[in-house]
Design a protein around this ligand. Sequence first.
Ligand code: ATP
Length: 240
Amino acid sequence: MSALLSVQNLEVNYGAIRALRGVTLNVQPGETVAVIGANGAGKSTLMRTLSGLLRPTAGSAVFGDMDLSKAAPHVIAKGGLLHIPEGRGTLGRLTVAENLRIAFDRDPAATAGESFEDACERVFARFPRLKERLKQAAGSMSGGEQQQLAMARPLLAKPKLLMLDEPSLGLSPVMVSTVFSVLRELRDAGMTILIVEQNARAALKLSHRAYVLKQGRMVHEGESASLLADNSVLSHYLGA
Ligand code: ATP
């Protein structure tokens, strides 16, 4: 099977800082893949590069038949790659209802056949709070509520590839388990997911395969179950 996402020897710099130093990874259709690494390893840089917000200085990143190193962010999003950044990525000045509408409209091909109202009812069954807050500006909601709005996006848009940057960051334990239960549901429904997390244990439990990123380099790759079973790799690379 050919990979949905194929990244080869990717190099990304911020001026003199070499944030990614030859990163290679691939994600097959239907796979959930985790990238774990400590603070500053380059996880967010990787995500921002794959969604077209940063340009690599070398290497390649291909999603289906799209060259992510050249395509504009809105073209990448329209092509079915949904990036939920650290800090949720909701549109703070717009209402919850407007955010939901934009999420639904993003990829008409994926949502064909289902009305906006029906799609929202699926989301409200999972996150009833959003239904109560439809007219509220997204930016005035609590962090946990904003993460619920962020998690509504893949439920509505059914992306080809869902990329999440630290979805557990800053959330209460209850909200973390809600987010991961939605992700398990999406994984089990066959969605292709790439998740970066400092919370290695949660990401490994969710994913089929994982990569360990350290100081801009991929230092390990393996089945998530075996990484979970053998703590020595994680403690070696992450001190976890
Ligand atoms: P964290 O888990 O703390 O968010 P991360 O793994 O996502 O970390 P990145 O944010 O990708 O790491 O940062 C990788 C490296 O690039 C770090 O050394 C960071 O200081 C540096 N870096 C990130 N953004 C910039 C920037 N805009 N300008 C300069 N250096 C940057």
